[in-house]
Design a protein around this ligand. Sequence first.
Ligand SMILES: [Cu+2]
Length: 312
Amino acid sequence: MKSIKMIRSIIPIVTILLILCYPLLQAQNSTTVRANGESEVVVITATDYAFEAPDEIESGWRNIRFSNEGEDPHLILFSRLPEGKTVDDYLTEAGPPFNKAWYQLRDGKITPQEITGILGKTVPEWFWGVERMGGAGLVMRGGVAETTINLPPGNYAMECYIKTEDGEIHFMEGMARPIRVLDKNSGGTAPKADLLIKVSNTELEVHGDLTAGKRVVEVQITEKPDKGLGHDVHVARLGAGANLQEVVQWMNWYSPNGMREPTPDHATFIGGMHFLPLNSPGYFTIDLSPGRYLFVSGAAADKGIFQEIRVK
Ligand SMILES: [Cu+2]
């Protein structure tokens, strides 16, 4: 009798505690926030070497706020996996052959020209069916990048493939994380753009208002890449001592020191747009202040697809 009484008296206290703590518990679990009363912003944080992100998000147009709280530079790419494939499959079936070919390149055993052919033979067939749906370009320590991309439902890998100084690829170090994009649509819409960037196999053209201020940039991929996994745009603010060619060459992942720590001197990467499907736009926001900027397609950097911009 005594114990039943005790339970009866404890229940209301537990209930009150749960009610009081619920907003706190919710806040801790919440990785999306509502901005300006519109669709929710998906908040993703990069550290060395992991992504903090929701496990699932609604589909359609999504605003993504990507913060780099690590020491290394990071990026994020949303890779939509073929039906039935998981991030574990990605890491156990596609990761090792990719990594092996990279080590051979890093250690001077093969040339950058040979790596694509080797990957064609060693990476599983399904890897070529992965759809790359955008993400944020390279961001330095402490930086925040904002992108808006259209994500159809499915199972995705969020990944970063920057290399450490020792030449380890970030996705093999922990920067590959699953995210489920739900059938339910977020109701978000594409933003209105101030600038347009078109990327083909031979050109990167920047059109629009290149004065200082916060600008929304639309990115369109107008041609199927003739090599590599896609076309993208990274933006770097260049300091007075920056060597433009050195920065462009550093963007070539398929070279031993490409996209590998340390980053080129006097270049601060401030985001951009990751690999997008053909003729399917994506958007990113940049805060331009007067100075010199480089817009470069990393995947095509060996061909020098870039444009230098001076903002007044
Ligand atoms: Cu990274």
